[in-house]
Every structure is written in C-alpha cells, then in structure tokens.
Design a protein around this ligand. Structure first.
Ligand code: BGC
Length: 820
C-alpha cells in the first residue's frame, strides 16, 4: 500500500526541458488574486522556460496587423516577473541549470500547503558541489504577498557568493506560440529603484487600460549557518532592477536568502496608490517562516471545506486535490473585490488570452456547494456587464442580454475574428462568437447559486436580473415559424464548435441547436419561477425597472412551450436541424492516418475540407442536456414542449454522440463520463480518469503549458460530489441519490448547503451517512428514496443503497437526532 501522503504531492525527480512548460503550469502558485507559473527563478523566457505572473482582471488591448488585416486583442497581462534570483561563486558564471552538472533534482508541489519546492544538487565547472533548496508560495493569507526562500549549501568549497535578486518588467505576452505574430508588449512607463536598504521596486503601466502595477521586493539573508553579508549594490536597468548581495560562505555552511514581494495594482480597493501599498505591505511582512505558517493555516482551513476522498484510489485523490488547488489558486475569496470572471485557463498561462467563456458552467456548481460566496462574486462579474450584454443584444436586433462568447475587462465580445490553424499555417475566419449559449451558462449558474444557498438577497440583487435578461434575449431571438407552429432559433452555434455553418455555407451558424433550444425553454421557465420567488417589493421594482409587462411574460410562457427541438427519424435528439443529413466521417481512417484526431477541425481544414460537412463533434453538445438536467427535469421540459421523451432513449443518445465526438475540448470527456455515470456506469470511470488527466497528462498534447483547463479541473471535482452522490436541489429539497462506479468503495466529502458548513457525506458500500454539524442554521429538507426528511444541526442521516444493474438506488433511510 502506498503512503497516503502521496495524494498530496505532485513531484518529479528529473529536469526535463521538454516537460518544463507543462510543469511550470502545473506548479503555478496563486491565490485567486494573482498567480505565478512554476518557472525557475534563475530562468528567463526562452524555448524551455516561461515565467509568467497574472492577476485576476488585469487586461490590456493591443492592435496588430496580420496578413494585412488590422486586429485588436485584449489579453490578460503578463505582469513583471518577481522571481529573478540566482547566484555565482567566486565571480564565476551565474547559476543556470544548463551550465552545471545536475547530480540530483527533485521538484514538487505540496498540495496540502500550496508550496513549490526544488531541491537540486549540482557540480559546477570548477567541480564545486552545491545543494540548492528553494521553496515558494503565493500567500493564501495575504493575497498581495509571495515569498521565495533559497538555501545554498556549499558542500565542498568556501568562497564569495554573489546573490542576484531582482524584478523584471521587460516581460511580454509570449507564452503562446500561435499568437506570436500579434502585439505582445503590454507594459510601459516602467520605473525602477530602491525603496529600502534591503529592497527594490518596479512599477509599470499597461499601455491601453492604464492600470498601474507595482511590485516591491525585500531580499534578506535568513538564518543560515556560516554565511556573512559583505555589501549590496544596485544594478539598475531600463526595464528591470537588480540587487547584488555579496556574501562569504564557508565549506559545509548554508546561505539562506529570503525574497518577499508585494504586488498591487491601481484596481485594488483600500489603497492610496499601488507603489505605496506594495512598499508598506512588504516592509511589514514577517519572515518566510511566519508567512508560510499563516499561508498553510489558510490552506488547512480550505481543505476542511474541500474535503474529498475516494478510498483506495491515491492517484485519483492526488489529481482531485491538484484540481482543487488550481481551482482555488485561480478563483478564491481573494478574487472578491476584483470584478473578475472565471478565466478558462486559470491564472496559469496565456491561452485564450485569459478570457472568460461559458466555462463557469463547469466551475460555479462546485463552488456553489463548497464556497458559495466565491460563486456569487463571480456572478457579479456578469451582473456588472449586463449593460454591455444589453447593448450587444440591441445591436444584433434583439432584446435582453446577449453575453459574449469571450469576455474580458468590459464584457464586450472578445472572440477573435480570425484564427490561425497551426497545422496548416492558414488564418481562417473564426465564427465562434455565434455561440450565444453562453448566457444560458450564466443563468444556470445564477439559478444554481440560489438553489444551493437559498439566498433570496443575492437572487434579488443579481441573480434575478441576470436570469430575466437572459430569458428575454432568448424570447427575442426565437422566431415564430407558422409552418410548424413552433418557435425557432436560427443562425447560431452550439457548444460543439465544429459546426459554424451548413456545408453549402448559406449564412453563418446553424439552426435549432437542440441544446440551445431546450435550455432556452429551461431559462424561460426559471425566469418565471424567479419572479415568484422574489419578495413582492423587489419583484415589483425589478419588473418596473426592466419594463416587464404581463404580455411579455405571457409570451415567455408560450415560447417555453413551443420551442422547436429537432429529432432524427429514429428518435435521437438532433444536434441541430439538418445534422442528420450530414456525411458520416470515416473515423477509423482518420485515426489511422493521424493518430490523435482531437482537433479534427484543424486536420480537415488543412486538407481543404471542413467539419461542417460531417456528423462529427468536437465536444458534448446534445449530451450537455443530460449533464445539466436530471432525467426527471428533462422529462418535465420535454413534456412542456409537447415532445415525447422516454428515459430509455438516453443511452441511445449517449451512444450515438459518443461515436461521433473527437473530444477536442477537455470539457468533453468530463461531460461524457458524467452522463454515462447515470446511464451506463462501466463506461464512465475510464472517461473520468481520462478527464482527470486533461492537464496532468497534458491530454491535448501541449496545451497545458499555456494554462490549465479550469472547467475540466473544477468539473471533475463536481462530478465526484454531485454526480456520484446524485446531489440535486429541486423544489427546495436536497436530493441524494448516490451511484458510485464499481471502482469505488468509499466516497467521502463535505459540502456546504443553505448556511450549513461542512456537512459530511460518506458512502461506503451500500451505506450512506450524512452528518450535519451543530450550528444555528435552519433545518433543511433532505430527499432520499422519494421520502423527504427535515434535517438540522447535529442530525445524522443514514441510508441504505440497493445495487441495481443500472446503478445503486436509494433505499429507505433513518434519521438520528442528537439528544437534547
Ligand atoms: C472549448 C470551449 C471552451 C473553451 C475555453 C474551447 O476549446 O471548445 O467549450 O469554452 O475552450 O475553455
């Protein structure tokens, strides 16, 4: 049996330049305010390394010209690099891995504490042996601080050591190769200097958004044995600032260098200006050990909220822990005041330019069940951008709010209009902005938030308006087709990005994407529910404010009953109208010819063909319906729409689309695994394990070095909690209907629900146990096997599951009340 500690350590015992980009992403340390890739402190951006630091919501626009076309892009800005730290012995070359003989190497991310460590034993060109141990973290306790400790041991030599510690503002956004033809210098007005005897500072301003970023560093010698600081000198540069600290080190002794930095920007609340704030923060920061202690304590607390354990599956636990770590490093309570959304690639790299897509659909549900306050700050990002979404709808001739497919600082559409296919080198038009379904994800998140928290206040202030305005948009884009006596939605794209037009290219987009139409009906229903749930005064005020008339509500009612959903002749839900008559792709031939065909779109384009011709999907589209809605909810919706929906057709739909999906998005395997877990369990686990490897195993062959896939990371955590436990909130009842895959004996987790923190849920074999900690929150209704119990603080509920060919089903449970 392996040491249980394994599930908390992601590590490597070698330095492999070809893997460094991937490891830098996986070893990113962050806190939801800012994050820094796990790049070596002595490295600069080159073919192997890519130091990158990003702060939530710090964007800048740049204009570029590509093949004669003027383009403008907004990007999450790579901020000044605070890491630079290296040393040299006796005036020799500055330490770089490439220049020394590496005798031992170990790099690891301690997931429990969010600490990255490197231990290296080297022999330099003069045959001196040195051991270097570096630890660093980005403080979860003080979101503006990060610290790096370097311990240098002179194994068999004595001599002068020069330590170089600096800040580098000469960075660019150069982390994604296919963006390299585009403008990438976002920082200007760089100022550098010394702010204290033991510290330097650097400030810069983004060229267009005019955000000032200030970093102050303090470099001190810690309590090493046998090292003496002789003097320091400042090496100023145009875009960087460096201090050199000259020390003496005796044979067998250690030199400890502690570098502490503070990062502030002009978007921060509660400061006068960033330079002053950074100086003050770093001047009063404690030692490395003290900062680390506070940081670890915060992580300890977070792990109590995010307890998740699958017994006997250390590797799975490790990956789930890693996913929780990166989720919380990308979005946390420190994201709160920043007015930032859910960045699809985390704060871990530059892919997709840090933009916000529909991926919150995969992130908010798990936040809602574990940290609902963070989910609500992310919803506010959308709420603040309602005016922009309304403008976009209006410009497109619609009403309500049309959220953009890609969103950055101000919520306008940031999707690129041209896309470089790295395989062919061609720039082709990018029509992905036709994915109007992003608003459905926003509304889904807002509704879920309300369901799990029961918080009418948040619903009143943000959620309701979001849901109503999204519903209004769908009611407005839907057009009545008298020939069918149904409403149709035309010229859009579904989540499957392979189909942006019909093969004959008549007009952009496709018609009646089933996912979009069914979810449009869903959001119209929820909008009507929301109005019922608001306190009368707020309902009245909101209706007035939005000009929501009775006639409009009646129209919503009607559309929610008459939206068109396409089906194939054999009853399969059609991805969109006309999908059935597309050609079948010869999957085997493509697999044989290309091996990895995840990005079939690029392969086909390079062949002069287009995926628009084929029944081939990049990712789950129709299946998203089974992912988001339970079979009961779907049955209800279809019945409302006047379509026959039979439960037994779910596996047929899954099988049909599974055969025609290339999983070109990391979200796809997650969704397929989820829907199979409720239908055909044996097929689910392998896909779940693959989804867990999306980043650790770099399943997309190189994309993780450009940033994590936050949706897949959060989604796998959510899958274990919501899907395996069968957690669903319906009509104010928290339903539990566990269905563990055969591979799992024990699943243990905590959830937060309606003010109850850390409700423990454990499923072991056929037994389920739910424990509500003591507290003051009001009892809630728990549903299990068609029965509803009211459970409150201190209660334990025990249930028994019965194995069934299609999965476990809930059986009668018992409630234990604490003796009063
Ligand atoms: C996927 C989208 C996703 C985006 C950002 C794309 O590859 O197809 O569904 O929103 O990545 O993660």
């Amino acid at each position: 049996m392996r040491d249980r500690a394994d599930e908390w350590v992601l590590g490597w015992d070698d330095f492999d330049p070809s893997q460094e980009g991937l490891r830098e992403t996986l070893c990113t340390t962050g806190n939801g305010y800012f994050a820094t890739r796990g790049a070596a402190p002595e490295a600069v951006a080159d073919a192997v390394h890519y130091p990158g630091t990003y702060a939530a919501g710090i964007f800048n626009r740049l204009a570029s010209t590509v093949e004669g076309r003027a383009l403008e892009h907004e990007s999450l800005v790579n901020l000044p690099n605070w890491l630079p730290l290296t040393f040299r012995v006796e005036g020799g070359p500055w330490f770089r891995l490439a220049d020394v003989e590496v005798e031992r190497y170990r790099q690891q991310l301690d997931l429990r504490n969010g600490v990255l460590t490197r231990r290296i034993a080297v022999r330099d060109r003069s045959r001196r042996r040195t051991v270097i141990v570096q630890r660093r973290f980005t403080s979860m306790d003080e979101p503006h601080l990060a610290a790096l400790e370097t311990v240098i041991e002179a194994v068999d030599w004595s001599g002068t050591v020069d330590v170089r510690s600096g800040l580098d503002g000469g960075v660019a956004n150069g982390g994604v190769r296919r963006y390299q033809g585009l403008g990438n210098r976002h920082l200007g007005a760089i100022r550098t200097g010394r702010w204290a005897d033991d510290g330097v500072e650097l400030s810069a301003r983004t060229t267009q958004s005019e955000i000032t970023i200030a970093v102050a560093a303090r470099t001190r010698l810690g309590e090493g044995r046998g090292s003496i600081e002789r003097f320091r000198r400042l090496v100023p540069g145009r875009a960087h600032v460096t201090e050199e600290i000259v020390c003496e080190l005796r044979r067998g002794a250690t030199l400890v260098v502690e570098k502490t930095v503070a990062l502030y920007t002009s978007r921060d609340a509660g400061i006068s200006e960033p330079r002053l704030a950074a100086r003050r923060a770093v001047a009063t920061a404690g030692t490395f050990a003290r900062l680390l202690r506070a940081h670890s304590e915060r992580w300890r607390d977070l792990w109590r909220d995010w307890h998740l354990r699958l017994e006997r599956h250390v590797d799975v636990d490790l990956r789930l822990n890693l996913h929780v770590v990166h989720l919380l490093q990308a979005v946390s309570e420190h994201t709160g005041d920043l007015d930032a959304g859910v960045p699809a690639r985390g704060l871990h790299g530059e892919a997709y330019r840090g933009h916000v897509f529909w991926d919150e659909l995969f992130v908010l549900p798990t936040l809602n069940f574990n940290m609902p306050h963070v989910a609500s700050t992310l919803l506010r990002y959308r709420h603040r951008r309602l005016p922009e979404a309304r403008r976009a709808a209006l410009e497109a001739g619609h009403a309500g709010a049309m959220f953009p497919w890609q969103s950055g600082s101000d919520g306008r559409e940031e999707s690129q209009t041209w896309h470089l296919n790295p395989r062919s080198g061609h720039w082709t038009p990018d029509r992905s902005h036709r994915q109007r379904h992003v608003g459905l994800a926003v509304a889904y998140g807002a509704w879920q938030q309300f369901q799990t928290t029961g918080d009418v206040d948040v619903l009143s202030r943000f959620g309701a308006e979001l849901i109503l305005e999204v519903a209004r948009f769908w009611a407005s884009i839907a057009r009545y087709d008298a020939s069918r006596d149904r409403y149709v939605i035309c010229g859009i794209m579904g989540p499957d990005e392979y189909h942006d037009a019909y093969p004959d290219d008549r007009g952009p987009g496709v018609d009646n994407n089933a996912y979009t139409n069914v979810m449009a009906a869903w959001v119209l229903c929820r909008a009507l529910d929301v109005l019922d749930r608001l306190p009368a005064a707020r309902r009245h005020a909101l209706r007035q404010q939005l000009g929501l008339t009775e006639a409009e509500l009646r129209r919503w009612q009607r559309i929610s009953r008459r939206l068109f959903v396409p089906f194939h002749e054999d009853g399969i839900i059609s991805q969109f109208e006309g999908y059935e008559s597309l050609d079948e792709l010869d999957w085997e031939a493509y697999r044989a010819r290309y091996g990895d065909i995840q990005r079939l779109d690029r392969i086909l384009e390079a062949e002069g063909d287009t995926p628009n011709r084929y029944k081939a999907s990049k990712q789950a589209d129709v299946l998203m319906l089974f992912y988001l809605l339970s079979a009961d909810q779907l049955a209800e919706l279809f019945a409302r729409l006047g379509y026959r929906f039979e439960y037994r057709t779910i596996p047929d739909n899954i099988a049909y689309y599974a055969r025609r999906t290339s999983h070109g998005s990391t979200l796809s395997r997650l969704v397929h695994s989820w829907v199979l877990a409720r239908g055909d369990r044996p097929g689910s686990w392998p896909l779940f394990v693959e989804a867990l490897g999306a980043d650790v195993a770099d399943a997309q062959g190189g994309t993780t070095s450009e940033g994590i896939h936050l949706g897949a990371m959060a989604g796998t955590v959510d899958l274990v909690q919501r899907c395996y436990l069968g957690l669903e909130v319906r009509d104010d009842v928290l339903w539990l209907n566990p269905r563990l895959p055969d591979e799992l004996d024990v699943l243990e987790t905590t959830i937060r629900y309606r003010g109850h923190w850390r409700i423990g849920v454990r499923v072991e074999g056929q037994r389920l146990r739910l424990n509500v900690p003591s507290g003051d929150s009001a009892p809630f209704r728990l549903g299990f096997d068609r029965r509803i119990e009211t459970v409150g603080p201190g209660d334990t509920f025990e249930g028994h599951l019965r194995r069934h060919p299609h999965g476990d089903v809930a059986r009668v449970g018992r409630l234990h009340r604490p003796m009063s």
